[in-house]
Design a protein around this ligand. Structure first.
Ligand code: ADE
Ligand code: ZN
Ligand code: ZN
Length: 260
């Protein structure tokens, strides 16, 4: 009997901490395709230093280590930022002690281009950066502390138990039942948005927060159907496309060779 209780507690206690693997892999794969050749070579070199084989797979590392390696537990709060309900303007108080996804993106984007740092340190910065640029575009990574970004908002879907956070991390994308490479092609085909050239991570978090404020974002009576998934998927797709284009732009900016 006791192991069953443990299992239940384990499932309840596990947060969904990121876009699921599909969302992260898409962002990494499509950003890699947009890198300038010299930047691509430097990214590949740093990925090899960090024991990674592709940008797409390396996007998963930050979730894997925080779940399995106690030495990285400190990084857990860097996966999100919280805003007060009804208020999406970012200021220093939004990110206490720089312990949020926005400040993490600022720090790690500076670190990847800093040639004074050891390669091993730059390789870790790269793995964090490529994950957090994805996370900050998932609306509920910029939601409310009160329900831990939707993790505590239970959802009933097809008689199965979900929460709103995992619906956005995973269900909206995976309910199309496409392999992540096919989903990548779908995102690659979207037009580039004008806001893609906005390279301020504070704005990225504010945009996510503004999506959470929509009247139809929190479903009534904690219940959703395929209609909710279909209505929200274009928003999720547009966020993935922006994450992709902005990640590529940040990597191209930070890793461009200085002698140009
Ligand atoms: N995971 C755990 N707490 C969270 C929060 N406050 N916001 C988003 N994701 C979380
Ligand atoms: Zn994450
Ligand atoms: Zn998440």
């Amino acid at each position: 009997m006791r192991w069953k209780l443990c299992l239940v507690l384990l499932v309840v206690a596990t947060d969904a901490l990121a876009w699921g693997r599909t969302g992260h892999r898409i962002t990494g794969e499509l950003a890699a395709r947009q890198l300038e050749p010299a930047v691509r070579a430097e990214v590949d070199r740093l990925l090899a230093v960090g024991a990674q084989t592709s940008l797409a797979e390396a996007t998963i590392w930050a979730d894997a280590v925080r779940e399995t390696n106690p030495a990285y537990r400190w990084s857990t709060p860097l996966h999100w930022v919280n805003f007060p309900q009804g208020q999406c303007s970012y200021d220093v108080a939004t990110c206490p002690d720089g312990n949020c996804v926005v400040a993490a993106i600022e720090r790690y984007s500076a670190a990847i281009g800093d040639r004074q740092l050891a390669d091993a340190e730059r390789a870790i910065a790269l793995k964090f950066l490529i994950h957090f640029v994805g996370d900050v575009h998932q609306p509920l990574h910029a939601g409310y502390a009160a329900d831990r970004g939707g993790n505590d908002f239970q959802i009933n879907y097809l008689r199965a138990g979900w929460n709103l956070h995992s619906v956005w991390d995973t269900l909206i994308l995976e309910s199309l039942e496409l392999h992540w490479t096919a989903y990548s092609d779908r995102i690659a085909a979207l037009p580039r948005a004008a806001e893609a050239s906005e390279l301020n991570p504070r704005r990225w978090a504010e945009e996510s927060c503004e999506i959470v404020q929509r009247a139809d974002f929190y479903p009534p009576r904690n219940k959703i159907t395929a209609r909710y998934l279909d209505a929200m998927r274009p928003i999720a797709d547009a966020r993935l496309k922006l994450a992709t284009d902005r990640l590529a732009a940040v990597l191209n900016r930070e890793l461009a060779s200085r002698q140009k």
